[in-house]
Design a protein around this ligand. Sequence first.
Ligand SMILES: Nc1nc2c(ncn2[C@@H]2O[C@H](COP(=O)(O)OP(=O)(O)OP(=O)(O)O)[C@@H](O)[C@H]2O)c(=O)[nH]1
Ligand SMILES: [Mg+2]
Length: 217
Amino acid sequence: MPDERRNLTVSPFIIRDVQFALSAVKPDNFPADGLPEIAFAGRSNAGKSSVLRLLLNRRALVRVSSTPGHTQALNYYRLDYRLDSITSGSCYFVDMPGYGFARAPKDVQTSWKRLIEAYLERRKTLVMLFCIFDIRREPDALDMSLLDYLRSVEIPFCILLNKADKLSYSQRLAARRGFDAMAFAGVEPVVFSAQTGLGLNEVQKIICEQLGGHVIS
Ligand SMILES: Nc1nc2c(ncn2[C@@H]2O[C@H](COP(=O)(O)OP(=O)(O)OP(=O)(O)O)[C@@H](O)[C@H]2O)c(=O)[nH]1
Ligand SMILES: [Mg+2]
């Protein structure tokens, strides 16, 4: 079980510059420059935008909708990063619309679903997806269908159990065991908190590993 103070080594992932790039409401809006993309998906209110804010370390830049479930676009942030003294590159981090917001009208839910599916199915530049879960909620059929889908299309993904600051150490362990028991073969969830930074180093390392194979300078 990670601890807030574990692994507080120098981050291997240094962001030199980050800018909001664009909001995509349809596939035609996706960037055409071929840069690698890392996307953040999950249920509405799970903390996708908060995780992104922490990773980018730019609070003011990341848009957080005041009404949950109302982000209907994929928000693209363009980063210039450095992995080590000789490796640098650019990529996008993509904040995806949250799914499963029960109060959203049916036609809105359908258009989100279409946009998300179009993105996951056809986006060749997508190198990895972070699936953000609220650690206090058991995954339901909708969550499982996203994970099953990701496995079927063979997109590398990583599960973040966010909002761990809301649980005690023993509750975190139990929640983590619950996820493990759901047998996501070979997938180790990261216990995370966008509020305290728990798990941040681990996630930065994962990002470095993924980007290392897709460096475009
Ligand atoms: N305590 C705690 N609160 C968090 C954490 N992450 C997010 N939150 C809170 O949870 C709420 C939702 O966070 P967002 O980052 O907007 O969630 P989202 O998944 O982007 O939501 P949508 O864009 O509406 O789908 C906000 O009030 C955040 O402050 C966390 O790690 N700990
Ligand atoms: Mg959001």
